[in-house]
Design a protein. Structure first.
Length: 160
């Protein structure tokens, strides 16, 4: 029986830490210069990416996470994951299904790219407003601006 590539274990470690909301253990799975991106935060590098996970872990309400379809080789990997949580701004429950892609260097995650349906997320998180306008580029930009503003404030308080 073939053993999974060691990079599979890096992804498993990352998501198991995420299930525990252990942002420090998640951060240890990343290279120092990691590049992360998703539709909400855009592209984050290095400490900004690690701080995003710290912020999300600290603020998580009603959080649970499942993951599946983890695969990796020497260079790249992938996973599917679903986060369920209460969106703090509206109090609404969100079930976000995400496709993750990874690139590895020296046994750590060097790139992490998450993709999800922003309109679906907006319908859940924002209600009627998200359902009616969540597909528009204007709302996508507003979501990103709010996410980055929140992260910037978190990082300023943390002394980053």
């Amino acid at each position: 029986m073939d053993q999974p590539h060691p990079n599979v274990n890096v992804i498993l470690d990352f998501y198991r830490a995420f299930q525990r909301l252990d942002a420090e253990a998640m951060a240890k799975c990343y290279t120092d210069d990691v590049v992360f991106s998703d539709p909400a935060f855009g592209e984050l590098k290095g400490d900004a990416a690690r701080d995003m996970w710290r912020m999300l872990a600290q603020r998580a309400e009603g959080f649970s996470l499942t993951f599946s379809d983890v695969a990796a080789d020497e260079r790249v990997g992938q996973a599917q994951w679903t986060a369920t949580y209460r969106f703090s701004r509206t109090g609404r429950i969100v079930v976000n299904r995400i496709e993750a892609r990874f690139a590895f260097r020296d046994g750590l995650i060097a790139e992490h790219r998450d993709v999800f349906d922003v309109w679906r997320w907006a319908r859940q998180a924002l209600g009627v407003k998200g359902a009616l306008l969540g597909w528009t580029p204007f709302v996508h930009r507003a979501i990103r601006t709010q996410a980055r503003t929140t992260l910037d404030a978190y990082r300023a308080r943390a002394g980053a």
